[in-house]
Ligand binder design. Structure first.
Ligand SMILES: Cc1cc2nc3c(=O)[nH]c(=O)nc-3n(C[C@H](O)[C@H](O)[C@H](O)COP(=O)(O)OP(=O)(O)OC[C@H]3O[C@@H](n4cnc5c(N)ncnc54)[C@H](O)[C@@H]3O)c2cc1C
Length: 408
């Protein structure tokens, strides 16, 4: 694409905001329009379940860029403006009655919280956590002695549980699998997170699902019955059972969609003038030889930048290793790699699972993923080890060998 013309970015989240910045950094002098459904400047979501939820940071601190950034780069920001339709033939996006034409389009509509219909129907006070408004609502409810039941022992559920315990709430977490985070981290690390939360006073109920949710009055406390026959009351029920990519627009426009918008390694969809980035993208990953969809901060930021360069004709393959982080109580961790549905056949742990440690997931003798807890110098060597994949396993298992020497 030439330096002129119009790029429209649909979705004012991290991926969209990252893309518009890169477009200008790369010297694009045409029109850049960012259309976002939310009324706020694009913001980062990780604080919503951590410092913001705890009342320790503000929305302004979470903005991807300050408002001057968009002004000085001449980005036409259309906030509070959900795109209602895309027309791939006429190269237009529809925002209510307005039509905006584009030469190239970036779709970055992200995900929405997966709903739990029985909880929604119960009439009880039920919350999800995706937007700043969701976080405000939960934050207002976190008062000492309040009873909070969290459905789902995934990242968001556990982070909310930690924030709620920080606010001296009584917290129950309900997780149908045998351990929290079982699908991501496996049995051993899931157990470590279970121990962490129980140690901070969370009543973690595993291997049991939700049987029913009822309420005695609309918006009032929920009576939560579990499959194991127990029941508990909640002043607030927080549902954290995953996210769903927002693909309605793409699907209605005729783009190829399958749990995400399908794309090649250049983030180009089934239409050559439409690219995708962030939570919505199921893009071919050269290192894995298959399409993957990644719902993490780092991916949204980096894919937004790669997509922007490719919108301008770069044809750069997106081959960055998936990476994410979490903070719960005094545990901070970073994880790099991708296990996929095949999982792992060996776990190597260095250090103490109750404190500072590194962990490596192997399959077929190759390191597929790695994480550290509270070992802040470890991430670069971990990345090198996962990138190498085949390393000296004796060295990996021997904690006397510095991590930095394992992949060299
Ligand atoms: C509470 C929370 C905590 C998280 N914590 C972490 C963490 O600790 N570490 C980590 O790695 N990741 C974390 N994540 C995940 C990370 O925030 C996401 O991967 C990231 O936000 C994805 O960015 P995105 O731009 O693809 O999508 P989003 O951030 O979802 O942004 C998409 C935007 O598009 C808008 N949109 C949707 N449809 C339309 C439309 N039709 N028209 C216009 N706009 C539209 C949406 O309103 C939204 O503003 C967290 C997520 C949440 C919700």
């Amino acid at each position: 694409m030439s330096a002129t013309g119009t790029v429209v970015v649909v979705g004012g989240g991290l991926a969209g905001a990252s893309a518009v910045g890169t477009l200008r950094d790369e010297g694009f002098t045409g029109d850049v329009v960012l259309v976002g459904a939310e009324p706020h400047l694009p913001y980062e979501r990780p604080p919503l379940s951590k410092s913001y939820l705890a009342g320790d940071s503000t929305l302004t601190e979470a903005f991807v860029h300050a408002v001057e950034f968009y002004d000085t780069r001449d980005v036409d920001l259309r906030l509070g403006s959900p795109v209602t339709a895309l027309d791939l033939d006429t190269h237009t996006v529809h925002v209510g009655h307005e039509t905006i034409g584009y030469d190239r389009l970036l779709l970055a509509t992200g995900s929405a919280a997966r709903r739990l219909p029985p909880a929604d129907r119960s009439g009880a006070a039920v919350a999800y956590l995706r937007t700043v408004e969701d976080a405000d609502r939960i934050r207002a409810a976190l008062r000492p002695g309040r009873r909070v039941v969290v459905v789902g022992g995934g990242w968001i559920g556990l982070e909310v549980a930690a924030a709620a315990r920080g606010a001296d709430c009584d917290v129950v977490v309900v997780e149908p699998l045998a351990q929290p985070l079982l699908r991501v981290l496996g049995e051993e690390l899931g157990h470590a997170f279970a121990t962490l939360h129980r140690g901070h006073g969370v009543d973690l109920r595993t291997s049991t699902g939700l049987a029913s949710v009822t309420s005695r009055e609309p918006g009032g406390p929920a009576v939560v019955r579990l499959d194991d026959g127990t029941a508990t009351e909640a002043d607030l029920l927080v549902v954290g059972i995953g996210a769903v990519p927002q693909t309605d627009l793409a699907e209605a426009a005729g783009l190829a969609v399958e749990d995400g918008v399908l794309a090649d390694e250049h983030l180009v969809t089934s239409h050559p003038d439409v690219l995708v980035a962030g939570d919505i993208a199921r893009a071919h990953h050269p290192a894995y030889g298959t399409r993957i969809r990644v719902e993490h901060w780092d991916n949204a930021k980096a894919q937004g930048a790669t997509a922007a360069r490719n919108l301008l004709g770069a044809r750069e393959a997106y081959d960055r290793l998936p990476y994410f982080f979490t903070d719960q109580y005094d545990l901070g961790m970073e994880y790099v790699g991708h296990l996929g549905p095949e999982g792992y056949d060996e776990l190597v742990v260095r250090g103490d699972l109750a404190g500072v440690f590194t962990a490596f997931w192997l399959r077929g003798g190759r390191v597929r993923a790695a994480m550290h807890a509270n070992d802040w110098d470890a991430i670069d060597p971990l990345r090198a080890i996962v990138t190498a994949g085949e390393v000296d396993l004796a060295a990996l298992r021997d904690p006397r060998v510095p991590l930095g020497d394992v992949a060299s």
